[in-house]
Design a protein around this ligand. Structure first.
Ligand code: C2E
Ligand code: CA
Ligand code: CA
Ligand code: CA
Length: 275
């Protein structure tokens, strides 16, 4: 039993070694990924529930590793956040997304995900300002998506940053609403312009009474606070039907469109294909 235990220990030790090494390798490769042209953005439509019109797109980052193929942002973003790599990557995402969106027909907006490290960087507001000037994108067409966990490590500083961003004229969406630690008090403390209900609440909204009650109450919260609500992760007509009946403002999900290279949406953005 003793040798068995030691064997188990060695097994875990070896496996952990691999995981740590894997992480370090990815972290190393991430430093050069932008410069080597391995990153690109895909865009997912955001739809007005009442009219069915596309109102904008969320930019989502893709990394095609030369040997591993596509690595999920759910894997590499947290690794990039532990080093400074996220600052360079995030800057590239912002420039690329704004440059792209500046070519779209006017009312279409662009939503860009911003990590905690960026929000707490002293250069972030200046960077956003510079990118808007350089790309010519009207500030009101840019929406920055932040999760509440990005704000709580230093809430005073985060509040200052969000206020400065808003004074540039852009909008701020609370991403993944309902999955954080104290969503309600964060709604009161920070100047959000939109609530994005996390996909985990949207799934099964049409079949699970508890989920339906939660989503209804978030929609009521949005109405009470005067904030539009966007539901993420909408995959079925039944989910969309529920959201329409409950007067949710906007929706995003595989039902309306998967994240795709922007060329595939050019018909939409020119209004020839109704969504
Ligand atoms: P997120 O911001 O909550 O983005 C929504 C995720 O849900 C995306 O995953 C999207 O592809 C996926 N999704 C959209 N519609 C559906 C649907 O109908 N069903 C399901 N099951 N999933 C759907 P993705 O692209 O893998 O991104 C994962 C996360 O990585 C994002 O979650 C975001 O937190 C982060 N991320 C992605 N791009 C960036 C970026 O440029 N910067 C930063 N800081 N984070 C990013
Ligand atoms: Ca997002
Ligand atoms: Ca989200
Ligand atoms: Ca998320």
């Amino acid at each position: 039993a003793k040798s068995e235990g030691r064997g188990t220990y060695r097994f875990f030790e070896a496996r952990m070694g691999v995981e740590v090494r894997e992480r370090r390798l990815l972290e190393h490769d991430l430093r050069h990924a932008v410069a080597r042209g391995e990153m690109h953005l895909v865009y997912q439509p955001q739809t007005d529930v009442g009219s069915g019109a596309v109102i904008g797109f969320e930019a989502l980052l893709r990394w095609k590793h030369p040997e591993r193929g596509f690595v999920s942002p759910a894997v590499f973003i947290p690794i990039a956040e532990e080093s400074d790599a996220i600052l360079r990557i995030g800057e590239w995402v912002l420039r690329e997304a704004c440059r792209e969106a500046a070519t779209w027909p006017h009312p279409l907006s662009i939503a860009v995900n911003v990590s905690a490290v960026q929000i707490h960087s002293p250069h972030f507001v200046g960077l956003v300002h510079e990118v808007l000037l350089k790309t010519g994108l009207a500030a009101h067409r840019l929406e920055v998506e932040v999760t509440e966990t990005a704000l709580i490590s230093d809430p005073n500083r985060a509040l200052l940053t969000l206020r400065q961003l808003k004074s540039l004229g852009l909008r701020i969406a609370m991403d993944d609403f309902g999955t954080g630690y104290s969503s309600l008090s964060n709604l009161r403390s920070f100047p959000f312009d939109k609530i994005k209900i996390d996909g985990s609440f949207v799934r099964s909204v049409d079949s699970n009474e508890q989920t339906a009650a939660i989503v209804r109450s978030v929609l009521g919260l949005g109405r009470g606070l005067g904030l539009p609500v966007l539901a993420e992760g909408v995959e079925t007509e039944a989910e969309f039907g529920f959201l329409a009946a409950e007067q949710c403002h906007a929706a995003q999900g595989y039902l309306m469109g998967r994240p795709s290279p922007i060329g595939q949406f050019s018909q939409h953005t020119h209004g020839t294909v109704p969504v």
